[in-house]
Design a protein around this ligand. Structure first.
Ligand code: BES
Ligand code: ZN
Ligand code: ZN
Length: 496
């Protein structure tokens, strides 16, 4: 899909659909909507009077052959209350408009920004909204029913003075959204099409194309490095593990500057291992590599956005299978850090592979660690599919992440990691155990386990089990992989 800025007066734009948004207020016909109302001889005001144009969130009002405009259609999207309007609202409504028009076999649209909103930030939000909305999961359908897709989007309504900022926002939005879709495409792949080896090949290809340094550790190297926790998970099946290391180094790296480590869980399929999962819904466990895919997507975006900070991305990848060689409940493993782990449940495998991932990232020089993982079903119980669970060992660093999540329009909620929870994972026969001995607090237990391997480094853990996959389509996003946390992490890194 092409997305470009247009400089013609919007009334002269020949497009299949001109889209703008309307606020929910006593008189929704204001500013640009009032301009449009005048060209359309009072049609919008009369729609508002009859209650057909209210501005209620994501309300769609489609007008054919609007008079005074060259556009074939005018689509007015409800934006909700003006006081509550943010770039997150704009991102969503731009996406919803695209999907609404796409369903009607429309191929191109023009998005008209509202008065006083022709900013860099809004151009970015619109670009992100439409590009992520255009993503579909029909890659493996041989008959794409009527091949619905939007080919071109124009951004319009900018003055000459506003164009440079809009262009900047649009470019940044395009980079971020395309990287988010790159991650979503990986997440959507089934496990027979995306083994750890294939994922590593794709990561390598992406990194080379983006101009990032990349190293793929194979089974031999992983064994040499004594990544015992990762190996204990991969031993259950024939697919060998991989560790991807993708590095971004800024042009003028200052000695002593922070180095960010991004570690993503990539279990390309999680059967649970010997502690096997129930059959019902198990197919969804192909998305257990969403954390890893998201981190790779972040790196892809950073390569183009060029932040001033060094970033090391480490993605441990494996299947979790219940073969004859699989680890068994009660087995004791030695992680790369030297800590011993009693594996009481082989389905708590994400924390095992992250243990070695975090340790390795530190060894490579990362000073600040962030991991993303579809770690626990318990976070789904706590926060459902609305908020990402955030756990952090250093409040200023965690606050920085939370501020970025606000700015990026991704909902995240901080969870506690008090010392009391440490007791839950205290080992009986080894240093620690991989599940809690207490009742409840499953997502926290998982976080406490990972924290053991972050040591004294500021660390944030994102549990995306509830938010990485949409079970139902949203009006602005297809059903399936969301690519959540990517925008927040890109924003965070860019803020250094
Ligand atoms: N991959 C799962 C977590 C998960 C659950 C992701 C639901 C997405 C949706 C993880 O490896 C797992 O199985 N966790 C266990 C941990 C338990 C055994 C302590 C869980 O949450 O049940
Ligand atoms: Zn599991
Ligand atoms: Zn898992």
């Amino acid at each position: 899909m092409q997305i470009t800025l247009d400089s013609k007066p919007y009334a002269a734009l020949e497009t299949e659909a001109l889209v703008t948004h309307v606020f929910e207020e006593t008189d929704p016909v204001q500013g640009r909507i009032s301009e449009l109302d005048q060209t359309a001889n009072g049609l919008l005001r009369s729609l508002a009077k009859s209650g057909e144009l209210t501005g209620k969130t994501l309300e769609m009002t489609l007008i054919h052959a609007p008079s005074g405009l060259k556009a074939a259609r005018l689509l007015l999207v409800g934006a909700g209350k003006r006081e509550q309007f943010t770039s997150a609202t704009l991102r969503k409504l731009a996406g919803a408009a695209l999907r609404y028009l796409k369903a009607r076999s429309i191929k191109q649209l023009a998005f008209l920004v509202r008065e006083n909103n022709a900013t860099e930030e809004s151009a970015q939000a619109i670009a992100e909204g439409v590009l992520t909305a255009n993503f579909e999961t029909d890659k493996y359908k041989t008959e794409k029913k009527n091949d619905k897709s939007i080919d071109a989007v124009l951004l319009t309504g900018y003055s000459d003075a506003e164009r440079a900022a809009a262009e900047k926002g649009l470019t940044r939005g395009r980079i971020i959204a395309e990287s988010q879709n790159f991650a979503r495409d990986l997440i959507n792949e089934p496990s027979n099409k995306l083994t750890p080896k294939i994922l590593a090949e794709k990561a390598e290809a992406m990194a080379k194309q983006a101009g990032l340094a990349v190293e793929i550790l194979d089974e031999k190297r992983i064994t040499e490095l004594k990544m015992g926790a990762l190996l204990s998970v991969s031993q259950g099946g024939p697919e060998p593990p991989r560790v991807m290391v993708v590095t971004y180094t800024p042009a003028n790296l200052k000695p002593g500057a922070p180095v960010i480590g991004l570690i993503g869980k990539a279990v390309t399929f999680d059967t649970g291992g010997i502690s096997i999962k129930p059959a019902d819904g198990m197919e969804k466990m192909k998305y257990d590599m969403a954390g890893g895919a998201t981190m790779l997507g972040v790196m892809r975006a950073l390569a183009a956005l060029k932040p001033n900070v060094k970033v090391i991305c480490v993605v441990p990848a494996t299947e979790n299978m219940p073969g004859g060689t699989a680890q068994k409940p009660g087995d004791i493993q030695t992680a790369m850090s030297g800590k011993t782990i009693e594996v009481l449940n082989t389905d708590a495998e994400g924390r095992l592979i992250l243990a070695d991932g975090l340790h390795y990232a530190k060894q490579l020089g990362a000073t600040h660690l962030i991991d993303a993982a579809t770690l626990t079903g318990a976070i789904v119980v706590a926060l459902a599919n609305v908020n990402v669970g955030v756990f952090g060992s250093d409040q200023p660093f965690t606050d920085k992440l939370l501020a970025s999540s606000k700015a990026a329009g991704e909902k995240m909620w901080q969870m506690p990691i008090d010392d009391e929870y440490r007791e839950f994972i205290k080992g009986t026969v080894a240093d620690i155990q991989n599940i809690g001995s207490g009742k409840g607090g499953g997502a926290i237990t998982g976080a406490m386990f990972i924290k053991e391997f972050a040591g004294d480094s500021p660390w944030v853990h994102l549990d995306i089990a509830g938010t990485a996959w949409n079970d139902d389509a949203k009006s602005w996003l297809a059903k399936g992989p969301t690519g959540v946390a990517l925008r927040t992490l890109v924003h965070l890194v860019m803020s250094y």
